[in-house]
Each structure stands twice: as structure tokens, then as C-alpha cells.
Design a protein around this ligand. Structure first.
Ligand SMILES: [Zn+2]
Length: 99
């Protein structure tokens, strides 16, 4: 089932222009490796509203945090977006981390 994501920088775009970054999980640098592994790699795949990360690789190359209902792909709200790129700094490459 296709759906569109309203990017605050680019407008309404097909989800095909985005990479799915997974469910938003809390990050705790002091967490044991087992907890860190579970938070990064194991997904709940819940049935209903979920806060997720999406990367607009075919557009502004910014990360978005959205609340999406997984039952019908309804985007309920934009939670946050990453800052616009800053030219000439290490921050200008906002590509997703390599796996
Ligand atoms: Zn965009």
C-alpha cells in the first residue's frame, strides 16, 4: 500500500523517496550491549501508531521523525526534522550511518 509523506522541506512525496530508519527508540550510552543491540536491530513491528525515523534520500536529505499508524499508513504528525545542512562543515553530510 503506497502512501505519501509530507516533507516540511520538499512537500508531499511518495514514501519511495525515503529510507525507513526504524522505530524511534531511546538511546542510552551506558546501556548494556544486549539492550543496545535490541534497540538498534530488533523491531516491535507494532500494530497501530508508532514514532519512526525516515530519511529523505531523494529530496532534501534530511531525517524526519513521524508518527505513523502502521495499520493504514496514515501519517498522524511530524514530530521533528533534522536541521538544514550547513555548507562547508562536517555537519553538511547528513547521510545515514553505514551499516
Ligand atoms: Zn525532503
Amino acid at each position: 500500500m503506497g502512501f505519501k509523506i509530507d516533507c516540511p522541506n520538499c512537500g508531499s512525496r511518495s514514501y519511495h523517496e525515503f529510507w525507513f530508519g526504524g522505530e524511534l527508540r531511546p538511546y542510552d550510552a551506558a546501556a548494556p550491549i544486549e539492550v543496545d543491540y535490541r534497540n538498534v536491530w530488533l523491531r516491535e513491528n507494532s500494530d497501530g501508531p508508532e514514532v519512526e525515523r525516515w530519511f529523505h534520500f531523494a529530496g532534501c536529505r534530511r531525517w524526519l521523525t513521524l508518527e505513523r499508524d502502521t495499520r493504514n499508513n496514515e501519517i498522524r504528525r511530524l514530530v521533528e526534522t533534522s536541521n538544514p545542512p550547513t555548507q562547508g562543515t562536517a555537519d553538511s553530510d547528513n547521510s545515514p550511518p553505514s551499516l
